[in-house]
Design a protein around this ligand. Structure first.
Ligand SMILES: [Zn+2]
Length: 356
């Protein structure tokens, strides 16, 4: 067995062509064998070319690691060199495995890929990953995630062209295009190489691991993943969704009656609206206090749109119009630190799907 060793790649342990026995029987067993941020390099048929895969930027999103483990276990020979990056190994390993999105008091690693950089461990790791990607110059990067609640798969990009469409269609047909800058890895698309975020579906959805594995198989073995010749799939585009966020000082809970004296209570069933529609009659939850003191909904230009889309009736929260929701979470921690969900006007995207 070739053991993992610290290379001159700094924060990442470099592991080239791990042998079959050394990867464990399951993704969790494999994770236990890794010690810290890991870079696995698999030689392909054409070593003059390379592609990169990143996963576990969020520690509780295991489908990407599962897919990598499957592909390594089945010794699938890649078409080109493949570089796997698994940054958040330590947090993911906290028993019983894949519990934290990030360790308590740690920064969200997937918000650290654009300046200003701080001296935090996550900023340093993000910069190290960017340095390695620059040196390796892969033809593209995919970053594999799970959603925190049950959801169909989708993809997020900040950039649109045939190369991004082609990468996405290896995994899914739903494509969210956003100008919103949060410091996530996919934002390097504009300055470096095509990079897309794949959201495989919820951790609890049994299809998520399968989707990640099938997509990764294609990504590693296809001769060409950046033109649309490999697909006849039609993509559905969702442009510039609005994030519904908690106002600082407000709080959130999930339940079928109002649970907070000051804040937002959402119905737990709200996750079933992922990529579905809500109408002005759909009760979403309860608000105590002023709506604007609890929630904000800025469009990507920073313009406040909350009252365009939401209203309260006797303390109950309703949409003002038909909306499409996605990335709905029922995890209060994620709702507090990130957002409650994304939304678009239901009719804004009609006719936006194109046949490729
Ligand atoms: Zn994630």
């Amino acid at each position: 067995m070739e053991s993992a060793s610290t290379s001159d790649f700094g924060g990442f342990h470099h592991w080239k062509n791990p042998d079959h026995q050394s990867i464990g029987k399951t993704a969790l067993e494999y994770l236990q064998k890794l010690s810290g941020p890991t870079h696995i390099h698999i030689s392909g048929k054409d070593p003059s070319r390379a592609r990169a895969v990143v996963t576990l930027l969020h520690d509780n999103e295991p489908s990407g690691l599962h897919a990598i483990h499957e592909v390594l276990k089945h010794r699938v020979e890649p078409a080109v060199d493949i570089h796997y990056f698994i940054p958040s190994v330590d947090a993911a390993k906290q028993a019983p495995g894949f519990i934290y999105r990030m360790l308590p008091h740690h920064k969200d690693l997937n918000r650290c890929f654009t300046p200003p950089y701080s001296e935090s461990e996550q900023d340093r790791l993000a910069q190290e990953l960017l340095r390695i990607l620059t040196a390796l110059a892969p033809e593209c990067v995919i970053d594999i995630h799970n959603t925190s609640s049950s959801s169909p798969p989708f993809e997020v990009t900040t950039f649109m062209d045939e190369r991004h469409d082609a990468l996405v269609s290896l995994f899914t047909r739903r494509m969210i295009v956003t100008d919103l800058k949060l410091g996530s890895l996919m934002e390097i698309s504009e300055s470096m190489m095509p990079t897309v975020t794949i959201e495989c579906g919820g951790v609890q959805d049994p299809e998520s691991n399968l989707l990640a594995t099938e997509g990764l198989n294609k990504y590693t073995t296809y001769e060409n993943v950046l033109t649309l010749s490999h697909t006849d799939m039609s993509l559905e585009f969702f442009y510039n969704p609005i994030r519904l966020e908690l106002v600082e000082g407000s709080d959130i809970a999930y339940g079928d009656h109002c649970l907070l004296e000051n804040g937002v209570t959402l119905l737990p069933e709200i996750e079933h609206f992922n990529f579905g529609f809500v109408s002005p009659e759909t009760r979403l939850g309860f608000i105590s206090g002023e709506l604007r003191d609890c929630l904000r909904a800025n469009d990507p230009k920073g313009k406040e749109k909350l009252l365009d889309y939401f209203r309260t009736v006797d303390g109950e929260l309703y949409p003002t119009r038909r909306l499409k929701l996605f990335m709905v979470t029922t995890n209060p921690e994620i709702a507090r630190k990130d957002c409650l969900f994304y939304l678009l006007e239901a009719d804004a995207n009609s006719g936006a799907s194109v046949i490729l």
